[in-house]
Design a protein around this ligand. Structure first.
Ligand SMILES: *Cc1c(COP(=O)(O)O)cnc(C)c1O
Length: 395
C-alpha cells in the first residue's frame, strides 16, 4: 500500500481520521463518526462549521466576482474596514490572507512610523518567551522560539526577546533608543494558553507612552470574541494599542487576516510601501462582513462570557478530581486549557477516542478553543469526555 501522504511536505503529523463534514460544533469523518470540535481549526471556526450566514455570504459572492486584486476598489473591504474602525480603536485597516501576514504588516508599519518621524534607528521589536507570531522568516524571528528558527539561517537583527514577567529587562529594553515597538499576545496561544495579567497590559501601555514606543497586540488567536470580549486586551481597563494583528476567527474559516492601526501609524504607509495580491479579496470580505456582524454584537459576546464560565467550572472540577495529573486551569474565556504534569499528546489521542477534538500547547497544556457558539450541554459533554480520558491516561 502506498502512503497517501507520500507527496505532502512532511511538516505535520496528523492522526488518521479524515473529516469530510462539519455542522455547528461537530465534525464528521468519512465513516460517519461524530466528534465534538473543541479546537475549531485552532481557534478559527469561531461560528462553528457550516454557519448559514457564512454560507450565504460566500455563495452569493462566489456567483458574482472572486478577484480583482487591489488594483481596483473592493467594496467589501471598504464596508468591513468601516465597521472595524467604528467598533475598535483603529483608524485604518490592511487586509491580509493570514495571521503571519498581519504580523509582517505590523512590523513594517512600526518601523516605517519611526523612520518617517526621523528615527530610522528605531527598528527593534520586543517580544516575550512563549510568543508565537507565525512562520515567515520575519515572524519566526519575532517569535524567537529556537525550535522554529533552527536551520533557517542567521537570526535577523531588530528583534529583542525578553523573559515573560521580567519587568526590569522590559523597562531597560523600552528605554533603549533602538526600540520601535512591543509585540505581545494578550493571551498566548501556542506558548501555553497563558494570559498576560491585566495590570501588566496597563503598565506596558504606560511605559510605551513614556518612551515613544508603539504597542502592538497579536490578537490572531485571542481576538474576535474568543475570550468573551471582542479583543483579548479589552479585559484590561484604559488600554488601547497602536496596532492589532488579527486573523483566525476574523474569517471564521475563510483564510484572511487584518492589521488594524491608528492614523499616526498608518500615515507613512503610502502607495508602494506595502501590498498583497489576494489580501482583502471579495470572497474573504463577503465572509468577513458576515462574521463581523455576528461576533461584534455585545449580546453574542455576553453569551461567550457566560458559556466560558460553565467551561471554567467544568475544568476546575477536573483539576480537583485528577490532582495527580492536572496542575491547573489556564487561559481566558474560550481560549483555555488544562495544565498537566506530563506531555499531553497521549491525552489528546484519548480525548479523540472519546469523541472530543482538543489541541495541545506549550508547557504541557491540553488546549481547548471551541467554536464560540457552543452551548452548556456541549460543554458538559466535553468535560465528561476529558474526565474519561484523564482517568484512562497513564502519562
Ligand atoms: C496562528 C497565529 C499566528 C499565525 O497565523 P497564520 O494564519 O497561521 O499565519 C500568529 N500569531 C498568533 C498568536 C497565532 O496564534
Amino acid at each position: 500500500m502506498e502512503d497517501p501522504r507520500q507527496h505532502i511536505l512532511p511538516v505535520y503529523r496528523p492522526p488518521e481520521e479524515v473529516f469530510v463534514q462539519g455542522e455547528g460544533a461537530y465534525m464528521f469523518t468519512e465513516d460517519g463518526r461524530r466528534y465534538l470540535d473543541f479546537i475549531a481549526g485552532i481557534a478559527v471556526n469561531a461560528l462553528g462549521h457550516a454557519h448559514p450566514a457564512m454560507i450565504d455570504a460566500l455563495r452569493d459572492q462566489a456567483g458574482k466576482l472572486w478577484h480583482t486584486s487591489n488594483m481596483f476598489r473592493i467594496k467589501g473591504q471598504e464596508e468591513l474596514a468601516d465597521k472595524i474602525c467604528r467598533d475598535t480603536f483603529a483608524d485604518r485597516v490592511f487586509f491580509t490572507n493570514s495571521g503571519t501576514e498581519a504580523i509582517e504588516c505590523a512590523i513594517k508599519a512600526a518601523r516605517k512610523y519611526h523612520w518617517a518621524a526621523g528615527d530610522p534607528d528605531r527598528i527593534d521589536i520586543i517580544t516575550f518567551t512563549g510568543a508565537f507570531h507565525g512562520r515567515s522568516i520575519g515572524a519566526i524571528n519575532a517569535g524567537g522560539n529556537p525550535k522554529y528558527l533552527e536551520g533557517f539561517g542567521p537570526k535577523l537583527p531588530g528583534f529583542v526577546h525578553l523573559e515573560w514577567g521580567d519587568h526590569d529587562a522590559l523597562k531597560a529594553a523600552l528605554a533603549a533608543s533602538t526600540t520601535a515597538a512591543v509585540l505581545v499576545e494578550p493571551v498566548q496561544g501556542e506558548g501555553g494558553v497563558r494570559a498576560m495579567p491585566e495590570q501588566c497590559l496597563k503598565g506596558l501601555r504606560e511605559l510605551c507612552d513614556q518612551h515613544g514606543v508603539l504597542l502592538m497586540f497579536d490578537e490572531v488567536q485571542c481576538g474576535m470574541g474568543r475570550t468573551g470580549k471582542l479583543w483579548g486586551y479589552q479585559w484590561a481597563a484604559d488600554v488601547e494599542p497602536d496596532v492589532i494583528a488579527a486573523a483566525k476567527g476574523i474569517g471564521g474559516g475563510f483564510p484572511f487576516g487584518a492589521c488594524l492601526m491608528t492614523e499616526a501609524v498608518a500615515e507613512p504607509m503610502q502607495p508602494g510601501s506595502h501590498g498583497s495580491t489576494y489580501g482583502g479579496n471579495p470572497l474573504a470580505m463577503a465572509v468577513g462582513n458576515a462574521v463581523w456582524d455576528i461576533i461584534s454584537n455585545e449580546e453574542f459576546l455576553a453569551n461567550v462570557r457566560r458559556v466560558s464560565g460553565t467551561l471554567a467550572q467544568g475544568l476546575k472540577s477536573l483539576a480537583d478530581s485528577h490532582p495527580d495529573k492536572v496542575e491547573g486551569v489556564t487561559g481566558k474565556g474560550l481560549l483555555t486549557g488544562l495544565r498537566l504534569k506530563a506531555d499531553p499528546k497521549n491525552l489528546q489521542t484519548l480525548c479523540r477516542e472519546e469523541g472530543l477534538l482538543a489541541g495541545v500547547a506549550g508547557n504541557n497544556v491540553l488546549r481547548l478553543a471551541p467554536p464560540l457558539i457552543i452551548d452548556d450541554a456541549q460543554v458538559r459533554d466535553a468535560v465528561s469526555m476529558i474526565d474519561a480520558a484523564l482517568t484512562e491516561w497513564a502519562p
